[in-house]
Design a protein around this ligand. Structure first.
Ligand SMILES: [Zn+2]
Length: 272
């Protein structure tokens, strides 16, 4: 039926106007929904910037991340080749025991993990910290249950100034929110500048950070007798967290554990 032939001269313009208003209303509502969706949900993968539903990483990056899961050495947190049952340590933990008691990492330090670490550290991608910190809180559940206080590995003041923020501090703040364990930012200080650890041998790394850290005199009460959980982004040779753990133990911390986002795993360990 041809509708126009039955409409009166008055009703037709009114009907058209109504249809026009409805269409405008529908377009405005659709735009509002799009805007709300764009504002409410980050739609880019934090690692590769591809579009993703929800937040975090896309399926492809997720599949490329190697989350560290048990069985692993109870002290170093390095994966075992097989599950030896509780209590057995890796050869490395026995041959060269670190100053800290236990270390845990969320992921292995490979391509995608490296991209996340570098984004946070050098590109001011502070939007990465919540995702990385949440994964750390999960990997460090056992350590967080025993921890009284979180201490981020500090930067030397000059580097902190030029980079504007400390990536370990940003991760520690997320872990504080996730776990409820208090954060003692700035209790541990880097008292002298150190060279970048990249490119140094294991021995050079240890020498480079020896004596570089100290608990501030006016912050010792937050450390003395407490279980400290040291937070850093990456564990390579372990020289930095070891030097930090020594400084915390000198300030009479009862125990120091270490939680990092990623750790280098050269090879899976054989339990002995
Ligand atoms: Zn991705």
């Amino acid at each position: 039926m041809d509708g126009e032939t039955v409409e009166t001269g008055v009703a037709r313009p009114l009907g058209e106007r109504l249809r026009g208003w409805l269409a405008t209303g529908r377009r405005a509502a659709a735009a509002a929904v799009r805007l709300a969706r764009d504002v409410a949900l980050p739609t880019l993968c934090v690692a590769c910037r591809d579009e993703v539903a929800g937040d975090g990483v896309c399926a492809r990056c997720w599949n490329q991340l190697s989350f560290i899961a048990p069985p692993c050495c109870p002290r170093l947190g390095i994966p075992f080749v097989y599950d030896p049952g509780p209590g057995l340590l890796s050869m490395q933990a026995i041959a060269a025991p670190p100053a800290y008691q236990r270390a845990r990492a969320a992921v292995r330090y490979d391509d995608v993990a490296k991209r996340l670490v570098h984004g946070l550290k050098y590109q001011d991608r502070t939007d990465l910290a919540p995702t990385m910190g949440r994964w750390m809180a999960r990997a460090g559940r056992e350590l967080l249950a025993d921890a009284h206080v979180l201490v981020p590995v500090p930067l030397y003041w000059r580097r902190a100034w030029s980079r504007r923020f400390n990536q370990s501090g940003a991760l520690a703040r997320v872990i504080e929110r996730e776990s409820g364990v208090a954060l003692a930012a700035d209790a541990l200080r880097r008292v002298r500048p150190t060279r970048q650890q990249v490119g140094l041998t294991r021995t050079e790394r240890a020498q480079n950070v020896q004596g570089a850290f100290q608990v501030a005199t006016d912050r010792r009460a937050e450390i003395e007798g407490r279980h400290v959980l040291l937070v850093d982004d990456v564990l390579t040779s372990g020289a930095t967290v070891d030097a930090c753990a020594r400084a915390l133990l000198r300030a009479r911390a009862a125990q120091v554990d270490v939680l990092v986002f990623a750790r280098v795993v050269e090879s899976f360990q054989t339990p002995i």
